[in-house]
Design a binder for this molecule. Structure first.
Ligand code: NAD
Length: 284
């Protein structure tokens, strides 16, 4: 039976480090501040936003949620972001996705000052990832790397398969793994459609799945002794499950993340860490 890879303890360590750094900054009169901007209210974002608020309070950061009207125009929201860019008391800006259909989210994200882009999603920060000179790394991908590093395993030369190629998880994670000289295959919808998913998954010593489809990855596909990181979050009835058939996969894997409680706790912890780093950098 696989060992459980839980994010809780690592998240707690990251929060403690951030709290110590925030206390240090306070001596210079600085309280790091994170501002989340949303357009309209989306029930799917509520849990994430609540967790941001609670964890900022725990660590001693200022937090503000700005809810704009759902019918806000592109120029108006861009102006709001620009105000936050200029506001010296604000260190981190999050633009909560998804946005209502009239808005071009990609353009608005790109308008965030890279120094305040604590989610690491601006072209400038993603570009730095390609150059292996990261500033802020997309939080979930960074969380997966923390989990992998917590195992103490040497990553050098390992075979990793990442299923899912989103801009916030799969693609940045592939770059972070490459920076550690891991051999990475990235699978996506077309891999699944051609029926090649099982072959790829079977080769993975490290498997990371970020798709959003319950039961997509069959337990029997998993290589014996693999490390399995399930990023997916799916509601099935009144339960949350990942993308991997947990019970069957745990029979073969050496380590596996639970859902919930695996990667999830690390995402907000990374956001907090990035906000504190942004505040320190702003101080010079
Ligand atoms: P996304 O929804 O933007 O993209 C889904 C990806 O899955 C795409 O690359 C797509 O090509 C691929 N895909 C779809 N069907 C497939 C199939 N049959 N076979 C292989 N690949 C397939 O991805 P996202 O935003 O990274 O989210 C993925 C999942 O991770 C969701 O469940 C989301 O809720 C979860 N998530 C969790 C956290 C966390 O903090 N734990 C953070 C972000 C996302």
């Amino acid at each position: 039976m696989a060992q459980l890879l839980e994010g809780k303890l690592i998240a707690e360590r990251l929060r403690n480090e951030a709290a110590a750094e925030a206390a240090e900054l306070k001596k210079s009169g600085v309280v790091p501040k994170l501002v989340a901007v949303q357009a309209g209210e989306n029930p799917a974002s509520a849990v994430y936003l609540k967790s941001q608020k609670n964890q900022c309070a725990k660590v001693g950061l200022d937090y503000e949620l700005r809810t704009c009207p759902a019918d806000i125009g592109q120029a108006e929201l861009a102006a709001e972001i620009e105000r936050l860019n200029q506001d010296r008391s604000v260190n981190g800006i999050i633009l909560q996705m998804p946005l209502p259909g009239q808005l071009d989210g990609r353009k608005l994200q790109a308008a965030i000052l890279p120094e305040k882009d604590v989610e690491g999603i601006t072209p400038a920060n993603l570009g730095r990832l390609v150059l292996a000179k990261p500033r802020f790394v997309p939080c979930t991908a960074a969380g997966v790397m923390e989990l992998l590093k917590s195992t103490g395993d040497n990553l050098y030369g390992k075979e990793a398969v990442v299923v899912g190629h989103s801009e916030i998880v799969g693609k940045p994670l592939a770059l972070l793994l490459l920076a550690e000289f891991v051999t990475v295959s990235v699978c996506h919808i077309a891999t699944g459609e051609r029926g090649h998913l099982a072959d790829h998954v079977g080769r993975a010593e490290i498997l990371v799945v970020a798709v959003g489809k319950a039961g997509l990855i069959k337990g029997e596909w998993i290589q014996k002794g693999a490390t399995v990181i399930d990023v997916g979050i799916n509601r099935v009835g009144d339960k949350l499950v990942g993308d991997v058939e947990f019970e069957a996969a745990a029979e073969r894997a050496a380590r596996i993340t639970p859902v919930p409680g695996g990667v999830g706790p690390l995402t907000v912890a990374m956001l907090i860490r990035n906000t504190v780093l942004a505040a320190r950098a702003a101080l010079g």
